[in-house]
Design a protein around this ligand. Structure first.
Ligand code: XMP
Length: 520
């Protein structure tokens, strides 16, 4: 079809559709920088493009971006930020199973704008102690809920009384008593807590904090007027949060093809754990391994598909159409494609295996006639790579791009006046020791010699996920505007490729100038 259309096109010999371009380059593995996309006639403005994507029945994202299931990338904080921006976070499995359940619960129970664990004080503390904590922790606020030993609300310590002059007074003497504190029951917040809190603040002049309690008057959280104002403004944003049918943020969790002491697939353990994830409301489970076209991964997917017929399943990783077909036949809905493109990966060096990512995506996507989605996993360093990946996939999975964000696990460290966060491959020695060895087909024995397939590294700290995603989304929308693609399916249909020479690649980046870093 596309070939027939192309024959009328004077540009056709140079800029070719995927089904001509990749077979014509079938002797060479190509990755993002090896190709570029041709512009096409467009009536589409970047800001009018739609980025939503359906990965499986019941799994719909408003932006096609997923954060990797890596222990230096995605825990609940990252997953919440991703879903609030319309994407998805996959909680990693390098932690005890019970902890992974709590991480999923945190995302599913997240109420945007509700501070779920506000800093509290007790009636027996002295105001001087509270002042010391504010100083030590550098809090930018001085009003605190006061709770008893059972967590029940007994009052509010207002910033007006948290002054050195009252240092020797007890909190119990200075607090606003419970009867005068404005509260709301958690269930009264309803489906739209922000709208409910907004109404409250409008009706109660001068009140800037709303305390949330349960039936036993135990403190459940705190909503501030400034957060409500910020979120209300953000609601005009083009891309809405990704939510389930009950208005909860969506969340994914990764599992491995866990084996028992005899080296057999531990079906009971996998089923129990995924059952518990489903109870917590997980929206998708990813069977995440380095080699998805394998018996262990196929059997795991089959076991899960039989037990949870409706649960969206991601599986991987593969780099072939045969691999995609295999996992699709086992029951997966979306397949992770990528072996060795990741910024911290050494699989290609250590094992001599893996395929440059654009070729891997094209070859694998041919297996997607089986009605599964393709997820482009790894190697993405800039928004242009995402545009290229999305010409052959339904969404991208990124690790390195998010690892320097505030929401990624781990502390910021300062080295030589610059700020960094740790980022490590799940196949690095340290990560495998912490539990991820099964992903690479090794037993989790710290004394056993294993060949790491990833490195430990640092990423420059880069602020909030919101900011990083805003840049990436802007880039994707520009790319779609250049191709005249109003949505992602048009992007896949319209993409025309050409190879880039090394000189062409140099030409693509700023050159022959001294770049100035102004602005942000
Ligand atoms: P980026 O390029 O986004 O890649 O940092 C993240 C993806 O890399 C994969 N991954 C690994 N691959 N050795 C590998 O060969 C590793 O240690 C490793 N850890 C993560 C994974 O698919 C992730 O999403």
């Amino acid at each position: 079809m596309a070939a027939a259309r192309q024959s009328d096109n004077p540009d056709h010999p140079f800029y070719q559709a995927a089904e001509e371009f990749f077979p014509a380059n079938n002797k060479l593995g190509l990755t993002f920088d090896d190709i570029t996309l041709a512009t096409l006639y467009s009536e589409i403005l970047p800001r009018d493009t739609q980025l939503d994507t359906t990965l499986a029945e019941g799994l719909h994202l408003n932006i096609p971006i997923i954060s990797s299931d890596m222990d230096t990338v995605t825990e609940s904080r990252m997953a919440i930020a991703m879903a609030l921006n319309g994407g998805l976070g996959l909680i990693h499995y390098n932690m005890p199973e019970r902890q992974q359940l709590s991480e999923v619960s945190r995302v599913k129970n997240h109420v945007h704008g509700l501070i779920q664990e506000p800093i509290k004080v007790s009636p027996d503390q002295f105001i001087g102690d509270v002042l010391a904590v504010i100083e030590q922790k550098k809090f930018g606020f001085s009003t605190f809920p006061v709770v008893d030993k059972k967590g029940r609300l007994v009052g509010l310590l207002s910033g007006h009384v948290v002054k050195p002059r009252y240092a020797k007074k007890k909190v119990s003497e200075a607090l606003t008593p419970r009867a005068q504190v404005h509260t709301i029951r958690k269930k009264e917040l309803g489906k739209d807590p922000i709208a409910r809190a907004d109404k409250f603040f409008t009706e109660h002049i001068g009140i800037h904090k709303l305390l949330v309690v349960d039936e036993d008057d135990e403190l459940q959280g705190l909503i501030t007027m400034s957060d409500v104002d910020r979120i209300t403004q953000e609601r005009n944003a083009q891309f809405k949060p990704a939510r389930d049918a009950h208005f909860h943020l969506i969340c994914g969790a990764a599992v491995s093809a866990t084996r028992n002491a005899f080296g057999e697939l531990d079906r009971d353990r996998i089923l129990n754990h995924v059952g518990a994830l489903v109870e917590r409301g997980v929206d998708v489970v990813a069977v995440s391994t380095a080699h998805g076209h394998s018996k262990g991964v196929g059997d795991t997917v089959k076991v899960l598909r039989d037990a949870f017929p409706k649960l969206p399943l991601i599986a991987g990783n593969v780099t072939s159409a045969a691999g995609v077909e295999f996992l699709a036949d086992c029951g997966a809905n979306a397949i992770k494609v990528g072996q060795g493109p990741g910024s911290i990966c050494t699989t290609r060096i250590v094992a001599g295996v893996g395929i440059p990512q654009m070729t891997a995506l094209y070859v694998s996507a041919r297996g997607a006639a089986k009605k599964v989605s393709i997820l482009a996993d790894g190697g993405i360093t800039k928004s242009g790579d995402i545009v290229k990946a999305l010409t052959l996939s339904q969404a991208v999975i990124c690790g390195g791009i998010f690892a320097g964000c505030n929401e990624a696990p781990g502390e910021v460290v300062e080295i030589g006046g610059k700020f960094y966060k740790q980022y490590r491959g799940m196949g690095s020695f340290a990560a495998m020791k912490a539990g991820s060895a099964a992903r690479y087909g090794h037993l989790p024995n710290p004394n056993q010699k294993v060949a790491p397939e990833g490195v430990e590294a640092l990423k420059e700290a880069c602020g909030s996920v919101d900011r990083v995603l805003a840049q990436l989304i802007g880039g994707i929308q520009s790319g779609m505007g250049y191709l005249g693609a109003a949505n992602l399916s048009q992007l896949r249909e319209k993409a025309r490729y050409i190879r880039v020479s090394p000189a062409g690649m140099r030409e693509a980046a700023p050159h022959d100038v001294v770049e100035l870093k102004t602005g942000n």
